[in-house]
Design a protein around this ligand. Structure first.
Ligand code: FPP
Length: 233
């Protein structure tokens, strides 16, 4: 059997267009997107993927209309409240990356609860990127290095790659093997900038709300046909 990627990252793009095509509110697209997430999580679990990191809310998403942000926040709260117990039963461990301090207390509390509930689980690691931006993550990592390890003193400061890695939100995760972006956009949009250095990228025209378990399998097949050299020969 060909190697299954250990870590898959996904940019769940196209919710808005999916809704617009149906004359629905954009929030309806996000709601349908949650359904796709459910299906993909199940498939990833079944396939024995170790880590699944999904881009749920970026540092740039705050610039969207207030009503859409509100709808996304409600959906997130509802999702965490409703799904965490079911995921716990499936031995899924919920983690997050990103700066959660910008979210409402209620959301922060629910996320903490979900993480605590599932922290000892040994199955799939479901990692949600929330108020996440690759540049912001690197900036925060350097800030932590300066503050924690140098007592705030920048004099003679040299920061190594390893040192940055140890302070990133993803410090406990391997780099993704495969990145999937749906909806035909071919950009990284500030996602996992550090971690994607040698990741195989798979882009699909399918809008995220239409993405199925079979689409996930197809993307993995494409990954399995790639020749990974990591810059070597
Ligand atoms: C991109 O589509 C998607 C988002 C900005 C949000 C993704 C969120 C979800 C799938 C649901 C919420 C997640 C959780 C974990 C509850 P877009 O709105 O940019 O689509 P468009 O490019 O077609 O406008």
């Amino acid at each position: 059997m060909k190697e299954i990627p250990k870590h898959i990252a996904i940019i769940m793009d196209g919710n808005g267009r999916w809704a617009e095509q149906r004359n629905k509110m954009r929030a309806a697209g996000h709601r349908q997107g949650v359904e796709s997430l459910r299906v993909v999580l199940e498939k990833a679990d079944e396939l024995g993927i170790n880590h699944l990191t999904v881009y749920a809310f970026s540092t740039e998403n705050w610039a969207r209309p207030k009503a859409e942000i509100k709808a996304l926040m409600l959906l997130l709260l509802e999702y965490i409240k409703k799904e965490s117990k079911a995921l716990h039963k499936k031995n899924v461990r919920i983690t997050t990356i990103g700066d959660l301090t910008s979210f409402d207390d209620k959301i922060q509390k629910e996320i903490s609860k979900a993480k605590e509930l599932t922290e000892d689980n040994t199955g799939l690691n479901f990692n949600i990127a929330l108020n996440y931006g690759g540049r912001d993550e690197i900036r925060r990592a350097v800030e932590k290095i300066v503050e924690q390890e140098r007592g705030g003193n920048r004099e003679g400061l040299t920061v190594t790659e390893k040192e940055i890695e140890r302070h990133l939100d993803t410090r406990d995760l391997p780099d993704p093997d495969l990145l999937i972006r749906t909806s035909g956009e071919m950009r990284l949009s500030n996602y996992l900038l550090w971690q994607l250095a040698y990741t195989e990228l798979v882009f699909t025209e399918t809008l995220w709300p239409d993405f199925t378990g079979e689409d996930l399998e197809k993307a993995i097949e494409e990954y399995q046909n790639r020749d990974r050299r990591f810059g070597k020969l």
